[in-house]
Design a protein around this ligand. Structure first.
Ligand SMILES: Cc1cc2nc3c(=O)[nH]c(=O)nc-3n(C[C@H](O)[C@H](O)[C@H](O)COP(=O)(O)O)c2cc1C
Length: 207
């Protein structure tokens, strides 16, 4: 999947997400925020100048968010994103109201909309995690010129002695039967069992 495919799921299908920002004491605060638009330049949301969420974003312009869809853990797809945020004022506000008509019920008049400002998450990275299939499917992605920061575990081919240790403890069967062993990162759930059991320390923790 491309980053745009994932953005469309996040903005169009999930839409209401949980954001984390840092307060003046450096402590995390969460709140529910709707993603109003998504394009090749990032994700867009809005808030009102009077909110403490607005103050937190202005003081520390970074956010992490998660959203999910599905009914129960084993039918859920989740997307998490973290990145840098900038205020783009009222640019795209009209487009946001046009594409999200329910907003007119919350802010019915032009005058009431004067409190609103639009924010863009313009660079960052994230993860798509699909638990509706087993083994689960995960994919990292980035946008705005950020590099994908690989997480999880990797087997050093030069050190692997081809024993069955890691394969025996992998709960999702995502380690190859070939030697040297290799981990399929799209199905790895990062439990670390392979890392702990490897007798020659061939498994490395990434990130
Ligand atoms: C489904 C849902 C969607 C929401 N979307 C937004 C939003 O897009 N922007 C916003 O400012 N507040 C939104 N809110 C309200 C915020 O979650 C709420 O005002 C939040 O607690 C504000 O935090 P603050 O009081 O710390 O500023 C939404 C609430 C719900 C339940």
């Amino acid at each position: 999947m491309t980053t745009m495919d994932i953005f469309h799921i996040l903005q169009g299908e999930i839409h209401s997400t949980v954001f984390a920002t840092l307060d003046e004491n450096g402590l995390p605060q969460t709140c529910v925020i709707d993603l109003m638009l998504a394009d090749g330049d990032g994700l867009y949301f809005l808030t009102a100048r009077g909110k403490s969420f607005y103050e937190r974003l202005t003081a520390r312009p970074f956010a992490a968010l998660s959203g999910m869809k599905g009914g129960g853990t084993l039918s859920t797809v989740a997307v998490s994103v973290r990145g840098a945020v900038r205020n783009i004022g009222q640019a795209r506000l009209a487009e946001i109201f046009e594409k999200n008509p329910y907003m007119a019920k919350i802010y019915p008049t032009k005058q009431s909309r004067e409190a609103l400002e639009v924010f863009q998450i313009y660079k960052g990275e994230g993860e798509y995690f699909d638990l509706s299939q087993l083994p689960p499917f995960r994919q990292s992605f980035s946008f705005g010129g950020e590099a994908v920061h690989e997480t999880g575990y990797r087997i050093d081919a030069g050190k692997c002695i081809g024993c069955q240790g890691c394969r025996g403890v992998c709960p999702q069967g995502c380690i190859s039967n070939t030697v040297p062993r290799a981990i399929d990162p799209s199905h790895c759930i990062h439990c670390g069992n392979c890392f702990r059991i490897c007798p020659v320390k061939a498994v490395e923790k990434l990130g």
